[in-house]
Design a protein around this ligand. Structure first.
Ligand code: NDP
Ligand code: OAA
Length: 274
């Protein structure tokens, strides 16, 4: 029997995953979708015929009936659903990985995962190289991990750090570093922009030790993520120049596809790559 999935969030990433289920790329059943905007759920339901359309969940707890609960909404949604899903023996996939920069939440979610028959999944999302960073971390001598993210200013609008520091993105006329600090701080300062930093940090040397720079570049059309990691094994350098999603420029198209590929990995009997 195919795995049932309940999705928390009905936006850009959820829609791509739903499409992959409706067109057969994934052989899962989409059981239910929850979003505070019912029209988003309705748009996803319209991708399916009547018998296979997901239920509209009135409450996030309705998602806990599914085999796998997938969060694609925001950091608060991770707080609302991850521990309950894992404690109930469900698998749980989270996209708003930045939520795990909070040490107390991370401890709670990891403990729930360790005690559960279910597993916690955090896809690579919009970055490349988590496989190599994770492998290098195993050697015990990974010394530094850094991420530089460059986005068009429009992709950074509304971030708490931008609002609190009254950064006028429209005034930026050349590549400008607007944030430089550890992944822990980046996740709170840019909750919708830098989940990748926390995923990277959890694969590597931890959120307090992972250096993050965010650059606003008016000439840049892509969401660019450059990773460098150094240690006894040598040096890892990766760059992804992501096409932003048309429905949410903050989110790179690759992030949604990465979640689909992680789900596909649960179905296949051949597993290539670390
Ligand atoms: N790991 C990675 O590499 C990446 C992670 N992400 C993260 O994935 C998540 C989903 O991205 P995306 O699909 O583009 O986002 P969207 O904004 O397109 O969709 C998210 C939807 O979920 C709703 N939502 C958010 N929080 C809640 C809540 N607590 N209760 C009910 N509804 C909620 C939003 O409503 P509203 O708009 O009102 O908040 C919105 O309708 C985001 O947190 C994003 O930052 C994105 C890209 C890469
Ligand atoms: O999609 C991206 O390029 C990265 C992103 O928004 C995130 O990590 O939150």
């Amino acid at each position: 029997m195919s795995r049932s999935i309940g999705i928390f969030g009905g936006g850009t990433i959820a829609t791509e995953i739903a499409r992959a289920i409706s067109d057969g790329t994934l052989s899962a059943e989409l059981a239910a979708v929850y979003d505070r905007h019912p029209e988003n759920v309705n748009r996803i339901q319209a991708l399916f015929d009547q018998e296979s359309a997901p239920d509209e969940a009135d409450d996030p707890s309705a998602l806990l009936e599914a085999d796998l609960v997938l969060e694609a909404a925001g950091q608060t949604a991770v707080e609302q659903i991850a521990v309950d899903a894992l404690s109930g023996g469900r698998d749980c996939m989270i996209l708003s990985v930045g939520a795990l920069a909070d040490a107390a939440l991370r401890k709670g979610v990891f403990e729930a995962a360790r005690a559960s028959e279910g597993r916690l999944y955090a896809p690579s999302g919009a970055i490349a190289g988590l496989d190599a960073v994770k492998t290098a971390a195993l050697t015990g001598d990974l010394e530094s991990v850094a991420l530089t993210t460059t986005k068009p200013p429009a992709g950074l609008e509304g971030a708490p750090y931008v609002v609190d520091n009254e950064i006028d993105l429209a005034d930026i006329d050349e590549p400008t570093v607007i944030f430089d600090g550890p992944a822990t701080e980046a996740a709170a300062a840019f909750p919708s922009n830098i989940n990748v930093a926390v995923a990277l940090s959890l694969a590597g040397i931890g959120p307090d030790e992972t250096a993050v720079r965010i650059v606003a570049d008016p000439e840049e059309e892509n969401n660019v993520h450059e990773i460098t990691a150094e240690g006894g094994m040598g040096r890892i350098e990766t760059t992804v120049r992501n096409v932003p999603s048309p429905t949410n420029p903050k989110t790179s198209y690759l992030a949604a596809i990465s979640a689909i590929e992680t789900l596909r990995g649960l179905e296949t009997s051949i597993d290539i790559g670390t």
